[in-house]
Design a protein around this ligand. Structure first.
Ligand code: PEP
Ligand code: MG
Length: 608
């Protein structure tokens, strides 16, 4: 739709605030642009007096939005309202899911050789000669024209993204695809693309997004490869510690197939895509000044301590060998013990369940040693279009089949999370507004269909159905009777199902004696409970709650003293190493954590 036509429509806008400490960086921006492009209306973002088109990653990135910045999202034209809602929803999800990458803590070291300190990318020990990366470039003849090479590269990245969608780092391919599409769109020759890449990557030099410059080079390299450029690196065929200024994200996969024992990079950051992929590949790596390192000499790379030891003594090598053995033993122990039950020092067995969001995470949870699903967030099905009854039933059934013990939560949207196809009036305090179970009043048909699908998927299985954001006993009784009426309407026997609540609204703490008479189980949602106890929005850009505060533990203690029905914890606190012993001491017997935290949570329990 052209600009002229759009003028017939009123512009709609929303204020969006960056709450992630990583800022609005390449990966979330790529997902945002990708969705914006699916609408024909105009979608712009205004910040600090500058307005840009959000359909191009490049221009959206040029706003350099950092934590705490608020920009105005404006949609104008056909389906502008839908676009605004969907983009708003996606933005909230992206901010919520964008985990801050913490600096990795260093342990002490006692080496006699000469030590170079650095910043840890990924932990481990390597003992091998150092090897400096040297690439040889060869230009072969190519029949392919620039435009074909460009579209082939975009297609390649798109395939890499869709083939690896299940992988948590797949967003890197989407990010590169969107970047290449937006930079290449007006280029007719390779030289033009090179200039464009150079200019744009210069703009992020020295900003919070500096570490993403390797992605700019990576996409250029991909196009050049189709134009006949061959980059040859001959790696040693015995173990080596690689020294390099920086690596391109696409080089990590290749590296993984060599005898690499460790990697030291000079110019990257722990947030770069190269660093993310090194961690995912489990390659012990460090950021340090590679120019101070002697080539081809045996060294120790100890990334627990964050050091490279040159000219190590026999004693140093002995220490590193012992640490390496310990690491290997711990890894295989964790892996082998992840399917074993977790018991405390006093012999009390604790259930370790998983919080999952779809069949993919349920399968990972199984693989990681979960013993059940403590929280299935059903929101995953309710994205841009309303799922049909059949789609819902199929998706729930597939997940219900993965474990014997399953707790599924009814739709927990509203408040900050809008759904494009349901109308929730604009509220000035959305976190205190229509959220979670309150949707049973505003959108009964939607919830009726969801419950019906869950009942059909459950069959005879004793599935636990959990209502979110319950704040009074009457609310629970009404909601459960709503569920029973749905079963009656469709002539289903649901006597095998259990009904419980999330404890995340503080009023529940004072009503537990009455709740005990009506609910079958409880699960404490510490994420929301903490936000409401402290009156600090969980996504607030600058205010932060302390989930380890004595107030949170007192609340949990009081819950455990008053409840007579099973209680689990499914908020983030359940996986916090600093909290687990305390929670178990208070009497918690079931922890529900993200799939990747299961092995570690079990191991922490064993020492509690
Ligand atoms: C919680 O509030 O602790 C919880 C587990 O639910 P969510 O994070 O989905 O709101
Ligand atoms: Mg919650």
């Amino acid at each position: 739709m052209g600009l002229f036509n759009n003028l017939f429509y009123k512009p709609l806008s929303a204020q969006l605030t960056i709450t992630s400490s990583n800022g609005f960086h390449l990966r979330p921006v790529a997902q945002f642009s990708s969705l914006a492009k699916s609408f024909s209306c105009q979608v712009t973002a205004t910040f600090d007096g500058k307005t840009v088109d959000t359909k191009s990653v490049n221009t959206l990135l040029s706003l350099s939005l950092e934590k705490g910045d608020t920009f105005t999202l404006i949609t104008q034209g056909k389906k502008a309202e839908e676009a605004l809602k969907e983009l708003h929803l996606l933005f909230e999800t992206l901010m919520h899911d964008d985990k801050e990458i913490q600096k990795i803590e260093k342990t002490d070291y006692h080496y006699e050789g000469s030590v170079i300190e650095g910043e840890i990318i990924s932990k481990g020990i390597a003992m091998a000669p150092t090897f400096t990366y040297r690439a040889e470039e060869k230009q072969h003849k190519s029949e392919m024209g620039f435009k074909d090479a460009l579209s082939k590269s975009i297609k390649e990245l798109e395939t890499l993204y869709s083939d690896n969608k299940e992988d948590e780092n797949a967003g890197i391919y989407l990010a590169q695809k969107e970047l290449l599409s937006s930079l290449g769109v007006n280029c007719q020759t390779l030289a033009e693309l090179e200039t464009q890449v150079e200019e744009e990557s210069k703009k992020i030099l020295g900003t919070q997004f500096d570490s993403k410059r390797s992605d700019y080079l990576d996409i250029l390299q991909r196009v050049k490869k189709h134009l006949g450029l061959e980059i040859k690196v001959i790696f040693p065929d015995t173990p080596f510690i690689l020294l390099c200024t920086d690596l391109l994200p696409s080089e990590i996969e290749h590296l993984h197939q060599t005898k690499v024992a460790g990697v030291i990079l000079k110019e990257t950051s722990i947030n770069s895509h190269t660093a993310i992929l090194l961690r995912a590949a489990g390659i012990c790596s460090l950021i340090a000044d590679t120019e101070r390192i002697i080539e081809n000499e045996t060294a120790i790379l100890d990334t627990h301590a964050g050091v490279l030891v040159q000219s190590p003594t026999a004693d140093d090598l002995q220490k590193a060998t012992e640490r390496l053995k310990k690491d290997d033993a711990q890894k295989s122990l964790n892996a082998s013990k992840r399917f074993k039950p977790a018991s405390t020092q006093k012999g009390k067995q604790i259930n370790v369940f998983a919080n999952v969001a779809d069949i993919h995470s349920a399968k990972i949870a199984k693989e990681e040693g979960a013993e059940g699903i403590g929280l299935l967030r059903s929101e995953f099905l309710f994205k841009s279009v309303k799922p049909s009854l059949e789609e819902q039933q199929k998706a729930y059934k597939e997940i219900f089949d993965t474990f014997d013990d399953i707790t599924v939560r009814t739709l927990d949207v509203g408040g900050d999370k809008a759904l494009p196809y349901i109308q929730i009036p604009q509220e000035s305090n959305p976190f205190l507004g229509i959220r979670g179970v309150r949707l049973f009043h505003t959108h009964p048909e939607l919830l009726e269909e969801q419950l019906y699908a869950m009942f059909l998927a459950a069959g005879n299985k004793p599935i636990k159905i959990m209502f979110p954001m319950v704040s009074s006993v009457e609310e629970f009784i009404q909601t459960k009777s709503f569920a029973q009426k749905v079963a009656q309407k469709y002539q289903l026997d649901i006597s095998n199902l259990l009904f419980g609540i999330m404890i995340e609204v503080p009023s529940v703490l004072f009503l537990l004696e009455s709740f005990n008479d009506v609910v079958d189980f409880y699960s404490i949602g510490t994420n929301d409970l903490t936000q409401y106890l402290f009156a600090i929005e969980r996504t607030h850009p600058s205010l932060k709650t302390n989930e380890l505060s004595p107030a949170v533990f007192s609340a949990i203690e009081s819950i455990l003293q008053k409840t007579t029905k099973p209680v689990s914890i499914c908020g983030e606190l359940a996986a916090n190493k600093a909290a687990i012993a305390k929670l178990l001491h208070l009497g918690i017997e079931t922890l529900s954590v993200s799939p990747k935290s299961i092995a570690q949570t079990k191991e922490t329990i064993r020492y509690a």
